[in-house]
Design a protein around this ligand. Structure first.
Ligand SMILES: NC(=O)c1ccc[n+]([C@@H]2O[C@H](COP(=O)([O-])OP(=O)(O)OC[C@H]3O[C@@H](n4cnc5c(N)ncnc54)[C@H](OP(=O)(O)O)[C@@H]3O)[C@@H](O)[C@H]2O)c1
Length: 342
């Protein structure tokens, strides 16, 4: 069944805040589906003043002019829900949240920490939750992990009658964008460079996945750790971004290992690799149960940018219907395609 807007549900008047790779893909999805787009915001620069339709490559004006996010008047915008796609960190995004929540606008955030604010930064989470409640609106983090990692993990546990441990393995293509971004995942680095690299772009984000899943299942999480190691090969491997073979000893990417313990004794271990894919390999995620029945749930995914942007748009009806405060995707129900986005 499609996730239709209920009778009497609030109609979306959607805004986009952050008009990069993912924000503009979400604009194209929402526009194609006829979702009313009321406003668009970006920081100062060449995007401000352009028509959103042109900027998104629709080849036509849609009558929404991109506004400077620092000077826009949110209170009179008529917007009731905004898709925020700027940075991954709650601390960096906080001024954006204050602008939008303060103006009574619900937030759907693409930042990775927003999936599970309580795990990322409990103090900021409390502030976001209080601000949202005070303004009668909700805050939800979503994107591709909504279905491929968080709900996939929850679904794997559904039929279990005994659960000792959860294991999560994943492979993500580290070469889907630029060489600079691939290097953030360690691609082309020597082991010494890997050890010395600053992981402020991706560090401590992936551990939120098993933490969120065990929290959503009702466990009391007592300890969460993450460490990072280079993914190596004994054979030379060609990197199309670097335009050369990477010799053995040079990192093909990163393996992020996260471990979660609970008061109940159930644990979760995640091995998440962001690396050069092997020939014929595609991005995939696997959840495996140590328990009864020994279930596995595997997700093979394609077209990450479109998928993640679609998750943002598909959550619009859920977020408009949500009670005020932080609402995790694990609380909103499994992701369904909304009629709005088809
Ligand atoms: N949730 C998920 O599963 C998931 C998956 C993939 C990516 N992400 C995250 O999604 C975010 C967006 O990614 P992207 O590839 O679209 O990035 P991007 O192409 O760099 O776009 C970011 C956009 O936000 C604007 N911006 C950046 N900082 C801003 C600020 N402080 N205030 C106002 N506008 C700001 C940028 O403006 P300029 O044009 O002036 O630079 C740009 O338009 C990133 O944090 C990324 O890591 C999340």
């Amino acid at each position: 069944m499609l996730n239709e807007m209920d009778e009497g549900a609030v109609s979306p008047r959607l805004a986009f805040y952050g008009l990069g790779n993912y924000g503009l893909e979400a604009v194209r999805i929402a526009h194609a589906a006829g979702v009313p787009i009321a406003a668009a915001y970006n920081r100062a620069g060449p995007k401000v003043g352009q028509d959103l339709g042109r900027l998104a490559g629709l080849g036509t004006d849609i009558g929404v002019i991109v506004q400077d996010c620092d000077t826009a008047d949110y209170a009179t915008s008529g917007v009731n829900v905004a898709i925020v796609a700027v940075t991954d960190r709650l601390s960096k995004n906080m001024p954006v949240y204050e602008q939008l929540l303060g103006a009574g606008i619900n937030i759907i955030c693409h930042g990775a920490e927003a999936y599970f604010p309580y795990g990322a930064d409990p103090e900021l989470a409390a502030r976001i939750d209080a601000l949202a409640r005070a303004n009668g609106v909700s805050f939800t983090g979503t994107g591709i992990w909504d279905f491929s990692r968080i709900w996939a993990g929850i679904l794997a546990v559904g039929p279990s009658t005994q659960l000792r441990a959860l294991k999560h393995y994943s492979v993500t293509n580290a070469q889907s964008a630029t060489l600079d971004l691939a290097k953030v995942c360690g691609v082309t680095l020597t082991q010494q460079e890997f050890a010395e690299q600053n992981y402020d772009r991706i560090g401590d984000l992936y551990k939120l996945i098993p933490h969120h899943v065990l929290h959503a299942l009702g466990y009391t999480v007592t300890k969460v750790t993450e460490h990072r190691e280079p993914v190596l090969s004994e054979q030379p491997v060609y990197s199309h971004l670097a335009g050369r073979d990477l010799e053995p000893g040079i990192a093909l990417g990163i393996r992020i290992v996260a471990e979660v313990e609970t008061a109940e004794g159930v644990t979760a271990t995640s091995h998440m690799e962001l690396r050069i894919l092997n020939e014929g390999e595609s991005e995939h995620m696997l959840w495996e149960l140590d328990g009864k029945p020994a279930t596995k749930v595997r997700v093979d995914r394609t077209d990450s940018v479109h998928t993640s942007a679609a998750c943002l748009v598909h959550r619009v009806p859920d977020v408009l219907a949500a009670a005020p405060g932080i609402r995790l995707v694990s609380q909103l129900g499994v992701l369904r395609p909304t009629k709005l986005a088809l």
